[in-house]
Design a protein around this ligand. Structure first.
Ligand SMILES: C[S@@+](CC[C@H](N)C(=O)[O-])C[C@H]1O[C@@H](n2cnc3c(N)ncnc32)[C@H](O)[C@@H]1O
Length: 231
């Protein structure tokens, strides 16, 4: 189980992210809703990928910096956002190339579940937030792991892998399951408190044919969303 490297399937991921249920109609609308009015705000998009959220936040008037560990994903983001976009290749597991208290908001969509250790990354994200700022992030819902792996130990931070078809390309994703208490412990250790935990429905404009069948409410267990505030 080697670490997932988005350089290996950047274009396929970007294409599936653009219009697929989980990103376009669930994760991204949910983060944008949690972010609210961002006009004039300085935002850091951690693990920005090909930049769809960066672009949406910029369209809403924010001044956005993005970074990603994958150079191929950053290239795609630059193509979308323009040569002068503030984009960096950087690893969330290492010290970040940004000043203290530089951002009003940090967003981190679907990136933290690739990391075994959250303490250094969360400490870095807190460092770059202004006092009164917010960290908004999504991660794999730990209950989903428990339901899919009934034999596994829910309470242990555990590496797991699964294959996923993206735009016709089958890719092997390796992530870290993290139980809820371990998330909460990591928030407290990094100096955050929870403002919001969200398990939102998909966006109202989700095409019916994209929704899983047999879910009368239209809701499904997939990602968990947090808004954290520096203490
Ligand atoms: C599921 S994609 C999400 C991309 C983007 N946030 C979005 O929602 O469209 C995860 C992204 O996290 C990036 N990533 C994974 N580990 C990372 C790390 N340690 N530091 C920075 N980026 C990382 C990947 O390269 C990939 O672009």
């Amino acid at each position: 189980m080697t670490a997932t490297d988005y350089d290996d399937f950047a274009a396929a991921y970007a294409a599936s992210n653009e219009s697929g249920l989980f990103n376009a109609y669930y994760e991204r609308p949910a983060v944008l809703s949690l972010a609210g009015d961002v006009s004039g705000r300085r935002i850091l998009d951690a693990g920005c990928g090909s930049g769809p959220l960066t672009a949406a936040l910029r369209d809403k008037g924010a001044v956005v910096t993005g970074f990603d560990r994958s150079a191929a994903m950053v290239d795609l983001a630059r193509r979308r956002l323009g040569e002068d976009a503030d984009l960096h290749v950087a690893d969330l597991s290492e010290p970040l190339p940004f000043a203290d208290a530089e951002y009003d908001v940090v967003v981190a969509s679907l990136v933290l579940h690739y990391l075994e250790d959250w303490s250094g990354p969360l400490t870095e994200l807190r460092r770059v937030l202004k006092p009164g700022g917010r960290l908004i992030f999504s991660t794999m819902h730990p209950t989903g792991y428990a339901m899919d792996n009934p034999e596994a130990d829910y309470f242990a931070v555990t590496k797991y892998s699964w294959d996923y078809v993206m735009d016709g390309q089958t890719v092997w994703l390796t992530m870290w399951h993290r139980p809820l208490h371990a998330m909460s412990d990591a928030f407290a250790a990094a100096g955050f408190r929870i403002e919001t935990i969200s398990e939102p429905p998909p966006a109202p404009d989700t095409p019916a044919e994209l929704l899983p069948p047999d879910k009368g409410s239209g809701r499904f267990m997939c990602f968990l969303f947090f808004v954290l505030e520096p203490v």
